[in-house]
Design a protein around this ligand. Structure first.
Ligand code: AVJ
Length: 314
């Protein structure tokens, strides 16, 4: 099955289910990636600034905990995006003449190409092998390609976009691919004042709303659908008990949407569950490491204690 077919299958399966749902991994076509860049520029979206601070101010500590003197290794970054945060580490490693290869993985090809161009400009000494595709599939290819030690980065609270059981399954799959001395670094957004969390995903400018609605536009563009995007509204909710910050697209009318040959009915106020951005406690993070076959080594936090990069080994 090619990429377009599995996109179509996932969309139809999710919209025929009750309650209706769509997968947030499909946000990131070229438009979606550009909207996500705009989200990261919003002051209320604190996540990027927090993790950037960790990588900028605690670079040496990160390098030490990751045992970068144990050369050579492949540094695999899942969902690399623009790699702004990891660039601080890359720069440090190049300066220290560490023997390693940087392997960014991303599902958006234009994003990956832009990143490779920038790195060639900014860090000409860096060896880069890009992998275009899904995280776990590309990790499999990278681990099958060589026996070199692997350090896997999964930054930006991307893990937050998975339900708890999915996140466990994902970390389990990563740990099964890795061997002794390999490491994993995951960025987790922590539970904090619920207003702070909600405001990061509920901006009045409507950028997050446009980011969610772009998924319907993408379905229109790629799957020959006829969503009227003005008849859907973004709704965000945060539950401080389970740590789930969830986005929905709510139908503003009784309406029918056609996707190819299929017809999907909506009643007024019916929600489509779209994204979860889960917030963790530090205890949950260590527990997750152990349950998934890792041993937790360290959690490195920003100065506000809003975000941690957790480092695990096998
Ligand atoms: C892709 C995980 C960094 O969940 O915080 C931002 C995506 N969604 N605003 C997140 C997102 C709405 C984001 N990450």
């Amino acid at each position: 099955m090619d990429k377009l077919e599995s996109f179509q299958e996932d969309v139809l399966q999710g919209l025929k289910d009750y309650p209706k749902r769509l997968q947030s991994k499909y946000f990131y076509d070229e438009n979606g990636a550009a909207l996500f860049q705009r989200i990261m520029d919003m002051p209320a979206y604190y996540l990027t600034a927090c993790e950037l601070e960790i990588f900028r101010d605690k670079t040496t500590e990160l390098a030490e905990v990751l045992h970068v003197q144990q050369e050579p290794f492949d540094l695999i970054e899942l969902g690399a995006g623009d790699a702004m945060k990891s660039s601080f580490l890359l720069e440090h490693l190049v300066r220290e003449q560490v023997d390693f290869t940087y392997m960014p993985v991303d599902i958006c090809e234009p994003v990956l190409l832009t990143l490779c161009d920038r790195l060639q400009q900014d860090l000409p000494g860096l060896e880069v092998i890009p992998w275009h595709g899904e995280n776990l599939e590309m990790l499999r290819k990278a681990t099958e390609q060589s026996d070199r030690r692997k350090i896997v980065l999964f930054l930006g609270s991307n893990i937050g976009n998975m339900e708890l059981d999915e996140a466990h399954g994902f970390c389990r799959s990563v740990s099964r691919r890795l061997k002794a001395d390999d490491m994993m670094l995951i960025g987790f957004d922590l539970q904090k004042n619920p207003h702070t969390v909600l405001e990061a995903y509920n901006d009045k400018e409507g950028i997050t709303g446009a980011f969610n609605l772009n998924l319907l536009e993408r379905i229109n563009r790629e799957l020959h659908a006829d969503f009227n995007t003005t008849a859907f509204q973004h709704y965000q909710a945060y539950d401080p008990i389970d740590g789930g910050c969830r986005s929905y697209l709510v139908s503003l009318a009784d309406q029918k949407v056609h996707i190819g040959e299929e017809c999907i009915p909506f009643v007024i106020n019916e929600p489509i569950a779209v994204e979860i951005s889960r917030k963790y406690t530090t205890t949950e993070i260590d527990r997750m490491a152990i349950e998934c076959g890792f041993a937790p080594i360290a959690q490195i936090a920003d100065s506000k204690n809003w975000f941690v990069d957790a480092i695990w080994h096998i």
